[in-house]
Write a protein that binds this ligand. Structure first.
Ligand code: GDP
Ligand code: CA
Length: 319
């Protein structure tokens, strides 16, 4: 079985852990990772979502935080701050720095991000094939009003520095229109038996991947079941700022509204949490098969059951 997953950071990575547990050993999982969150800091290229997937599946993640390295120290950051060199709001640890140094060195030597990611994964052995959505630079910007003035900030500035404390007027994946899918992305989609949208952010994670020309079309035309899991439970994101960025694209923070936002042209099946069982009828009315099952990734067993439900729904819509 060949499974393709479109993943952001924490929600995607945690789901993938359950999916790996749920499938037979010979299943091949290809993860198309969001790179719209990427940022250049201290001359280094940082890819937060790719690294979250790599560290989580490779056993190097800080479990409590959900991002960054386990056993981390912050000496480099403190030394940079002593020189007055920021930004101080982005927490890069010493171990994490090494990943960004290796990545940046390889990029400077001319390797595309997809090749660099493959090289980094040789160390972490995530047990999936992790491909960035594109080798081209895409950067998600968020339009906000600060001190009465409307301006665009990098997604990381919106989320990490501003803590999503102000409304997002618009979310723009800058560069997406000119970006090409990375080598292997369209091939993996064309060869997939099933395509899954984990409970990742529908706007700034999955939405950004779908904004790369060719990816949405390839998924719609793949002719295989496409099943998603709602990141919205009880009309709110489980964590993060999905409500803010959904509002920016005119979508309510409900499991049903997110399914309709993806639409029946893309989605064949949609899982909502049991607390949102009332949404099933509305989603099905939109032409998307829907089931209500527990969707809290509280531990590996619960997450594995979610992955099993997603695969079962895929078989149901295939039949
Ligand atoms: P990010 O890049 O780190 O923000 O991670 P993702 O985009 O992959 O996932 C973020 C989304 O995961 C958020 O919208 C959360 O609501 C959702 N999420 C996190 N934990 C859970 C969970 O246990 N269950 C569900 N259903 N969604 C979750
Ligand atoms: Ca992210």
């Amino acid at each position: 079985m060949r499974i393709v997953v479109l993943a952001g950071g924490i929600g995607g990575a945690r789901f993938l852990r359950g999916l790996k547990q749920a499938v037979p050993d010979d299943a091949a999982i290809t993860v198309i990772g969001n790179t719209g969150d990427d940022i250049h800091l201290f001359g280094l290229k940082v890819c937060p979502d790719l690294d979250t997937v790599m560290y989580t599946l490779g056993g190097g993640i800080n479990e409590e935080q959900g991002w960054g390295r386990t056993d981390e120290t912050f000496h480099v950051k403190e030394e940079l701050a002593a020189y007055g060199v920021g930004p101080e709001w982005f927490g890069l640890g010493d171990r994490d720095f090494a990943t960004h140094i290796v990545r940046t060195q390889m990029l400077d030597a001319g390797y595309p991000l997809s090749a660099v990611t493959e090289a980094l994964c040789e160390r972490w052995k995530p047990g999936v094939r992790l491909i960035p959505m594109s080798d081209d630079r895409v950067e998600t910007h968020v339009a906000v009003t600060l001190d009465g003035e409307r301006r665009a900030v990098h997604f990381q500035e919106y989320w990490v520095k501003l803590r999503a404390s102000v409304d997002a007027h618009a979310v723009v994946p800058v560069g997406a229109e000119q970006a090409k899918p990375a080598p292997g992305v369209l091939e993996a989609i064309a060869e997939a038996d099933v395509i899954l949208f984990p409970p990742s952010n529908p706007v700034v994670s999955v939405g950004t991947i779908l904004a790369v020309p060719g990816i949405r079309e390839a998924i719609a035309e793949a002719g295989v079941p496409v099943v998603g899991l709602s990141p919205i439970v009880g009309d709110a994101p489980v964590r993060g700022m999905a409500d803010k960025v959904l509002a920016a694209v005119g979508v309510d923070s409900t499991a049903a509204a997110v399914a309709e936002h993806y639409g029946s042209g893309l989605l064949d099946g949609w899982l909502v949490d049991t607390v949102d069982a009332g949404a099933v009828e509305r989603v099905e009315a939109a032409g998307i098969r829907c089931r209500a099952v527990p969707l809290m990734m509280s531990d590996l067993d619960a997450t594995t059951r979610m992955a099993c439900e997603a695969l079962a729904l895929a078989e149901e819509v295939r039949a």
